[in-house]
Ligand binder design. Structure first.
Ligand code: FES
Ligand code: FES
Length: 165
């Protein structure tokens, strides 16, 4: 898709989100986060700063964490998008969700979807992450409730749960 096309009015967009193909007509510069929330009703993704600073809008694009407030939906192309809704749900919790529940790591919850998606990167590692590595890896995700200790504990535990699953 050309830059000129992206700047021209509404355009058809087709993307794959959580394994489903989704289509809509939107201005090409519509941020992916707005597209997910307003066109697809996937409101798990939260928009905070809208400037790439807080990490609350983090989703995975081809397994890479990205700030969905900054990426125009028209630039996603054929890459696979994963949101927090695709992780798991009641009765079928993802190891990260289970560990966050076990550690009471969700406070107001606003930052948690972005942190969960960013934290998926730790689960593929052979060795469990140290607390310092988790803190470093989440440096782009801000929690206004500031309870980082339980969040870090949950991510370390999730690595173990994931290995046992
Ligand atoms: S809303 Fe995207 S980084 Fe803050
Ligand atoms: S749990 Fe409230 S902002 Fe993080």
């Amino acid at each position: 898709m050309t830059t000129a096309a992206i700047h021209e009015g509404s355009m058809p967009v087709t993307i794959t989100v959580n394994g489903r193909t989704e289509k809509a007509e939107v201005p090409g510069l519509t941020p992916l986060g707005d597209f997910l929330r307003e066109k697809l009703g996937l409101t798990g993704t939260k928009l905070g700063c809208r400037a790439g600073d807080c990490g609350s809008c983090t989703v995975l694009v081809d397994s890479v964490p990205v700030a969905s407030c900054l990426m125009p939906v028209a630039q996603v192309g054929e890459r696979a998008v994963a949101t927090v809704e695709g992780l798991g749900g009641e009765g079928d919790l993802h190891p990260l969700q289970e560990a966050f529940r076990n550690n009471n790591a969700s406070q107001c919850g606003f930052c948690i979807p972005g942190i969960l998606m960013a934290a998926t990167a730790f689960l593929d590692r052979a060795e469990p992450p140290s607390r310092a590595e988790v803190v470093d890896g989440l440096s782009g995700n801000l929690c206004r409730c500031t309870g980082y200790e339980s969040i870090v504990s949950a991510i370390v535990e999730a690595h173990t749960l994931n290995r046992e699953a």
